[in-house]
Write a protein that binds this ligand. Structure first.
Ligand code: AMP
Length: 422
């Protein structure tokens, strides 16, 4: 199938040509005709499959026709809700690219930054609003946004949305949307909670599905290093010595862990940066830009932050830890080997994570090959229940001591400040 066969407006076809998209991806070939036919769509597809264009292209086609004879200030007729700011920005970029030869406008709003430039854009009027839930509800509450003209509603990455605790925000939002609308619902996984949510939103939806989350792309080579916890740091340096690894995304389960990896790598004079929820929007964008233009070749990210990263043809992904949710592993490695390119995923597994690897292998119905040439092989055993309990107790004690110490220091600082004033 070609884009020409989808009978799209010439201005869209021209924009797609500029993007050098030669043919629709599987999700696009399935979803675009259904959306053009005004169906509600339940899409099961993960990032990297071309799902953004799968909804953006037909919506732009609708908007070209809808706005043909309209004039005056644009009204929000399309609302895209997505969980992270990075995804929101990326979706905005997609809409801008595919609508570049039309007069369809979009704006992106998300939290964590001052609202001034966002409200200014809204005041001017816009066709497509791309938003994260919190800022959207906030600006609705302040009267900057009305959803009464929305005809096309897209909920993107619904599973991540629920993981991030946005369910109540979504419910509030649904109450404000016109009942007569076309709704498109995308999620990488379809557990019962997501299906239940989709039923509240969609009307007799058509289902489209590509690469169910249990399937890891054929083009991704998976490798597993089993090691001991204290050796992970050195194993990572060893792996990064491979001159083939010129651009790599390293995953860390926690923000703290991501910072620690970056600080260890910097000690070895390796250029890298971390992106996670505690970094400011500017810091994240700068890190991403540097990674994209090659000024740094190692980016360390937490799962949530990584969700929104759009990097073409990323070849390497490293799992510094093994995620305890097997689906997360599939999401992570989906970041490499995009659009038919070869990708390599490398996972570092400490004894406590052996069980997670088993769950992943069960989900993907594949055994991840273990790398034999490993200078830091796993020799430790996973902890017994008793040992785990002890370790957890110790961790909690350390945590308490850390916070108590912090409190004491703050109190001492304040006390000092008061004395100085006196
Ligand atoms: P997404 O799944 O929306 O995050 O898209 C993944 C990547 O695929 C993005 O970098 C898109 O620019 C790219 N892409 C989307 N559609 C196509 C297509 N038909 N041909 C080639 N690349 C595409």
């Amino acid at each position: 199938m070609t884009f020409n066969e989808l009978s799209l407006h010439p201005s869209i076809l021209q924009a797609l040509e500029d993007q050098q998209y030669s043919k629709p991806t599987a999700i696009q070939a399935q979803a675009i005709p259904l959306i053009l036919d005004k169906n509600d769509v339940l899409g099961c597809a993960q990032t990297g499959t071309g799902k953004t264009a799968a909804f953006a292209i037909p919506v732009i086609e609708h908007l070209i026709h809808d706005t043909k004879n309209t004039s005056g200030k644009r009204k929000i007729t399309t609302l895209v809700v997505t969980p992270t700011r990075e995804l929101a920005i990326q979706i905005g970029e997609n809409f801008t690219a595919y609508a570049k030869y039309t007069n369809i406008t979009n704006t992106v709003i998300f939290g964590g930054v001052p609202q001034g430039s966002q409200t200014n854009a809204l005041r001017k009027g816009v066709d497509v609003l791309i938003a994260t839930p919190g800022r959207l509800l906030d600006l609705m509450g302040q009267g900057f946004i009305s959803l009464k003209d929305v005809k096309y509603f897209i909920l993107d990455e619904a599973d991540r949305m629920l993981d991030m605790g946005f369910i109540n925000d979504i419910k509030k939002l649904l109450k404000q949307l016109p009942t007569k609308r076309q709704s498109l619902f995308f999620s990488a996984t379809m557990p019962p909670s997501i299906l239940a949510l989709s039923q509240q939103i969609l009307n007799q939806p058509k289902k489209v599905e590509v690469a169910p989350v249990s399937s890891t792309a054929q083009t991704i080579q998976q490798r597993l290093y089993t090691t001991n916890k204290p050796d992970k740091k050195n194993l990572l340096f060893h792996i990064l010595k491979d001159p083939d690894i010129d651009q790599v995304l390293v995953f860390s389960r926690t923000k703290h862990g991501a910072d620690r990896i970056v600080s260890n790598l910097r000690k070895k004079k390796l250029e890298c940066a971390a992106i996670h929820g505690d970094k400011s929007q500017n810091q994240r964008q700068k890190a991403l830009k540097n990674f994209k233009d090659g000024s740094i070749n190692i980016l360390v990210a937490t799962d949530i932050a990584a969700r929104g990263i759009d990097i073409d043809k990323l070849k390497y992904v490293i799992n510094y830890d093994i995620p305890n949710e097997p689906e997360t592993y599939v999401h992570r490695i989906g970041r490499c080997g995009r659009a038919g390119e070869e990708g390599i995923s490398i996972s570092l597994c400490e004894p406590e994570e052996n069980a997670y690897v088993s769950s992943i292998e069960k989900l993907i119905k594949k055994t991840i090959p273990v790398v034999k040439d490993n200078p830091f092989p796993q020799t430790d055993k996973p902890m017994s229940k008793m040992e785990k309990k002890e370790a957890e107790k110790e961790k909690q004690q350390k945590k308490r001591a850390f916070f108590e110490n912090k409190k004491k220091k703050e109190a001492a600082r304040k006390g000092g400040g008061n004395r100085n004033r006196r």
